[in-house]
Design a protein around this ligand. Structure first.
Ligand code: NAD
Length: 483
């Protein structure tokens, strides 16, 4: 329904640069109605059997799959990513629903028979109540599906506050959710900006907050929601490195750097932003990356031959471009310059940029650029590469390319990063492992989806029970003696 605030935000098609629609930005009263709706649903929903919840999740999974084309169109229209990327995020979201369908098993507790004489102990996990999820623009379907299936599978009601820059897919997801047969109020969508978020973070009826977005906002969300007594997981930004050792398969590494650096125009939290070329790998690698990058076809996400679309807003496009200028003035070598690429005339497009000889004190190295800019840092040794990673405040994803199993094994032991790929550039865990970075890429201690998601959306309860067995009972229960 329309909100009462009267405030609206523009929603653009980044491929044309034109505003397509407006999104209402919720006022406090709108957030309040969503919270009331969720609160009213939570108690009854928590009493649904796990078998019933599972059945509804199966139906929701099928509805999302059947409507994948419509969801992908909305994602491409509002985000700009190419259709194959939009379908890719839906597939990853489906995996998360599939994981949650197994809720009966995921919530099975443990039982200790005869822990003391006549005493049994069992552990169960109970829902929290009402959970809020605040999500970024760059995965309008997948990130909400990191949260919603597990949260509702555990018996919670959920309030989603999607990004105001790409809001429409969330509404279609909610439609599909209710078409699957979930009771009213179990999922609620509130459109809005920081004002709506502020109210969610402080409201006493919200029990937990899942957030995914940039580091400064994640830090603030964690601090505010925690200070209001809520359980919080806040996933932040990233600066992912890909380290290429001299023995690596250079073609494989170059393919990986190009797809992980420029896929979705670099607007992924697991995008590779920095390639660290160790020793003699550098010249061969930069050349191989340049050749491949030059062939990327840039255009509207809906065009079948497009491999990379535009950036999300004009301001963001200009901000990303400014990093290229700054790097050039600071002495980096501009191998390919996205600012002068041949691009569609309208829309928020920027070509692919490859920078060589980037140094760790340059702003393009320090900041999360979140665009199609790949920086190459040259170092002499593996230890130098490791030192770079250690100095980074981020710890989301990292990749190592090598043919040396021993080096790879040491690397996974030594690196302080939450998700590590060995000859895999974007090591996003499958749905039965959890997703999360370290350091400034995550505030709170629980990773998202998978087993840690189930743990986050539940609290433990231990029940200690004493029933005297017939044998030791002094009461005559009528059992035959001698058994
Ligand atoms: P963002 O932090 O600007 O916004 C994320 C959400 O927070 C949106 O719903 C937005 O409305 C809300 N928000 C923004 N500013 C706020 C404020 N001051 N107070 C309260 N709420 C606020 O992020 P974005 O630009 O939408 O997404 C890109 C960022 O998200 C990048 O930094 C990227 O690395 C990160 N990201 C991280 C992951 C991860 O798993 N770690 C995944 C995807 C994206």
């Amino acid at each position: 329904m329309d909100g009462v605030s009267g405030r609206e935000g523009p929603v653009f098609n980044p491929a044309t640069g034109r505003q397509m629609r407006s999104v209402p930005l919720a006022a406090e009263a709108d957030v309040e109605s969503a919270i009331e709706s969720a609160r009213a649903a939570a108690a009854e929903w928590s009493r649904f059997s796990s078998a019933a919840r599972s059945k509804l999740l199966f139906r929701f999974r099928n509805a999302v799959e059947e409507n994948a084309a419509a969801l992908a169109s909305l994602v491409t229209e509002e985000h700009g990513k190419v259709m194959s990327d939009a379908h890719g995020e839906i597939s990853r979201g489906l995996e998360c629903i599939e994981y949650a369908c197994n809720v009966g098993d995921l919530l099975s507790g443990s039982f200790s028979n005869q822990a003391a004489s006549g005493v049994d102990v069992h552990s169960v996990r109970r829902p929290l109540g009402v959970v809020a999820g605040i999500t970024p623009f760059n995965f309008p379907v997948m990130v909400p599906l990191w949260m919603i299936p597990n949260a509702v599978a555990c018996g919670n009601a959920f309030i989603l506050k999607p990004s105001e820059k790409a809001p429409s897919a969330a509404l279609l997801l909610a439609d599909l959710f209710y078409q699957a047969g979930f009771p009213d109020g179990v999922l609620n969508v509130v459109h809005g900006d920081r004002q709506a978020v502020g109210h969610l973070l402080e409201h006493p009826s919200i029990d937990a907050v899942s957030f995914v977005g940039s580091t400064p906002v994640a830090r603030q969300i964690h601090r505010t929601a925690s200070s209001h007594g809520k359980r919080v997981q806040a996933l932040g930004g990233a600066k992912n490195h890909m380290i290429v050792l001299p023995d690596a398969d250079i073609d494989l590494a170059a393919d990986a750097a190009v797809s992980a650096g420029f896929g979705s125009a670099g607007q992924r939290c697991m995008a590779v932003s920095v390639v660290v070329a160790v020793g003699s790998s550098a010249d061969r690698l930069v050349e191989a990356i340049a050749v491949r990058t030059g062939k990327i076809s840039i255009g509207e996400g809906t065009a079948p031959d497009s491999e990379m679309g535009p950036l999300i807003t004009l301001e963001h496009r200009d901000r990303v471009a400014s990093y290229i200028g700054a790097a050039e003035s600071d002495g980096a070598r501009v191998v390919l310059d996205g600012r002068v690429a041949s691009l569609p005339k309208d829309g928020f497009f920027l070509g692919c940029t490859l920078l060589d000889d980037v140094k760790p004190d340059m702003s393009v190295y320090v900041d999360e650029v979140f665009g199609p800019v790949l920086s190459v840092v040259r170092v002499d040794t593996y230890d130098d590469a490791l030192a770079l990673l250690r100095a980074s405040p981020y710890g989301n994803g990292v990749a190592l390319f090598t043919r040396d199993g021993g080096a790879a094994r040491n690397f996974t032991d030594e690196v302080e990063v939450g998700m590590v790929g060995i000859n895999v550039p974007i090591p996003v865990p499958v749905a039965h492992h959890s997703f999360g970075g370290w350091k400034d890429s995550l505030f709170g201690d629980t990773h998202m989806y998978g087993p840690e998601g189930i743990r986050f959306y539940t609290r433990g309860q231990v029940v200690t029970t004493r029933w005297l067995s017939p044998k030791s009972s002094s009461v005559d229960l009528g059992f035959p003696s001698g058994d």
